[in-house]
Design a protein around this ligand. Structure first.
Ligand code: ADP
Ligand code: MG
Length: 391
């Protein structure tokens, strides 16, 4: 059985154990990894994520009352939340993501009935692979199943993003929720964060794999620095007399370098070059130029580390080790930074030796054994039929 089928079966079994009946609805929504286009989603630019083959699965059944009785297998925690358009978040609780999607859907006029639901996941949490977006999108997908309605995919992603903003207090861009809703198997999503339009770019090459490596660290300055970067990007745009860094070229920026604060210049330099790299990366993928794509990933990391200063010594070390390892085409930090994961483009035939080389080098220097897994571009959120599950 595949990992995914195992996860689904375990979720169904957990539902039976908890509620004594079979679930009726079964849905899955994936985490994501961004191949290139980092710190760009809030700068009107392009990002290029793909769904990973790690999912949040929810099994649901009816409940006669205005509440959702939730249980997380991962956290071994049960909680009942009200089904109410006026429901507000509870301080730092995992059910806020679910609560947010339900409350916003109800406020939008969806008639949400009571339900029992078991949440289970193999998306690592807090590692930048967006388990929170997967949980929100899985909840939205559950609501579609429960109410027999279909949301417009973009509306569904935006509703999930709104839940993250208002119920988790995280002012994220649109990438995570769009990825979990819209990604397709064997494709990456070239997403224009300005127009919220997208293109599915085929990624079909058995010889190339995507390797995710978790640095195992998360430096606490991430939240404050994120807000600061957003501000510095606004400052860069203001210095260039534009509403958005998307609208200026590298030449425009270079022409104003001497008038600009050095730090603000570098922040703008990252954004402008990263938007261009992401467009080039999509071109490289379309034309099968995998070496070129890998090179762009290395350049992206360099820019994030030097110009944008959101890397850290552990992420830099992982990328340096990747560079020295035979069979790696490219590598970079992925996600907000200051820890979390790197994403690498590698030759499938050398996957085992690459993983060993990077893990050995990293643990020798840091004492941390990095969690690593290879993944492929996977299918976005979908409902599953109970008949497809193995008891
Ligand atoms: P990331 O999205 O990078 O994984 P976040 O901190 O944004 O990290 O979201 C992680 C949070 O999402 C967890 O702390 C938890 O509250 C919630 N979450 C994710 N998966 C589950 C799950 N399977 N069960 C319960 N809560 C979950
Ligand atoms: Mg998150």
């Amino acid at each position: 059985m595949s990992d995914f089928q195992d996860l689904v079966s375990a979720t169904v079994n957990a539902f039976r154990d908890r509620f004594g009946v079979d679930p009726i609805w079964l849905v899955a929504a994936p985490g994501r990894v961004n191949l290139i286009g980092e710190h760009i989603d809030y700068n009107d630019g392009f990002v290029m994520p793909m769904a990973i083959d790690r999912y949040v699965v929810i099994a649901g059944g009816p409940f006669d009352g205005a509440a959702a009785n939730l249980y997380s297998v991962n956290l071994e925690d049960a909680a009942a939340i009200p089904i109410d358009a006026d429901s507000r978040p509870e301080a730092m609780h995992w059910t806020n993501y679910v609560r947010g999607v339900i409350a916003i859907s109800a406020a939008n006029g969806l008639d949400v009935p009571g339900m029992n639901a078991v949440v289970n996941s193999n998306v690592p949490t807090g590692g930048g692979l967006s388990s929170s977006a997967a949980l929100e999108v899985a909840t939205a997908t559950l609501l579609e199943a429960v109410t027999g309605t279909t949301m417009d995919p973009v509306e569904k992603a935006l509703l999930s993003q709104q839940a993250e903003h208002e119920f988790a207090g995280v002012p994220c861009g649109i990438m995570d929720q769009f990825s979990s809703v819209l990604c397709k198997q064997n494709h990456v999503l070239l997403l224009d964060c300005r127009s919220q339009t997208f293109e599915q770019v085929p990624f079909i090459n058995e010889d190339i794999s995507v390797l995710i490596t978790n640095s195992g660290v998360k430096h606490s300055l991430a939240d404050g620095e994120y807000a600061l970067r957003r501000k510095q990007c606004e400052d860069a745009a203001a210095a260039l007399e534009t509403g958005s860094l998307r609208d200026v070229t590298l030449e425009d920026l270079m022409g104003r370098k001497d008038d600009m604060d050095e730090l603000v210049f570098r922040r703008g330099h990252h954004v402008i070059t990263e938007i261009a790299r992401t467009v080039s990366a999509a071109q490289a993928m379309k034309s099968g130029q995998w070496e070129r794509l890998g090179q762009l990933m290395y350049e992206s990391h360099e820019s994030l580390s030097k110009d944008f200063e959101v890397s850290c010594k552990e992420l830099d070390l992982l990328v340096d080790l990747a560079k020295k390892t035979e069979g790696v085409l490219g590598s970079r930090m992925t996600g907000g930074g200051f820890g979390g994961c790197t994403v690498s483009l590698v030759k499938t035939a050398q996957l085992d030796s690459i993983m060993t080389a990077i893990a050995t080098g990293y643990s020798a220097a840091t004492g941390i054994q990095p969690a690593m897994f290879a993944t492929k571009p996977s299918e976005g959120a979908h409902a599953l039929s109970m008949a497809s599950t193995v008891s």
